[in-house]
Design a protein around this ligand. Sequence first.
Ligand SMILES: Nc1ncnc2c1ncn2[C@@H]1O[C@H](COP(=O)(O)OP(=O)(O)OP(=O)(O)O)[C@@H](O)[C@H]1O
Length: 254
Amino acid sequence: MSLTAERVSMAFGGLVALDSVTLTVPDRAIIGLIGPNGAGKTTLFNCLTGLYAPTSGRVLLGGRPLKADPAEAARLGVARTFQNIRLFSGMSALENVLVGRHTRINQGLMSALFHGPAFRRSEAEATGRARAELAFVGLDPDGHVPAHSLAYGDQRRLEIARALAGDPAVLMLDEPTAGMNGAETTAIRALIGAIRDRGIAVVVIEHDTKFIFSLCDHVHVLVRGRILVSGPPEAVRTDPRVIEAYLGTTECSK
Ligand SMILES: Nc1ncnc2c1ncn2[C@@H]1O[C@H](COP(=O)(O)OP(=O)(O)OP(=O)(O)O)[C@@H](O)[C@H]1O
């Protein structure tokens, strides 16, 4: 189910953060979004995930307009993680993933109140699925530890597990390797590949351009709210406009 921004603009007062951005996230693609600080990357994520209503333009999921409603976007299949980790820090790792799973569970009120068989079955299914997602991202499937006691990199993995538990069609990752060392970054690259192998499209914002160029099928470069260049990593990496406007000769020529 493809996700599309169609001439999306977003202004905050007089500041134009996005200026007529059009891009598509095809099924099963890994899409990179790079650009200097303040280019509008997170604002575009916020529009694509229903957090912001664009000032103009539309967001389409599977060809249908997506409302500016993050809960609805999640239910329809658009999941995300945040630049600054947003976990329920006092809850266990497992409970955090269950929260993601519950966007999918449609349990009748009466059944929930009386903890009937349908409720118990669905809770058991949800717990099993949450444990599987913990294992998938490389965390202990028991998930008993409080989220706040996990190492920073593991908290990022937990956020990904929670997003996956909602059965997304598209997963949006805002700086998934921020603060990680080389080995952790390599592991996250493998994890994103495995997510795509499950049939999920992934959109990644990263400042680490090497990471993006080695991971993505297609890269968009956002500069001052506009798409400057789009294309396969090798074409973007060597594009003189990108080298000049964003990356700087030394960094990009690697
Ligand atoms: N809620 C807001 N209210 C006002 N201005 C905002 C808001 N959110 C973002 N901006 C402004 O919009 C512009 C784009 O910001 P955004 O955070 O989308 O950029 P970014 O590319 O994600 O930057 P970074 O790489 O530093 O995270 C910036 O000038 C920012 O100050």
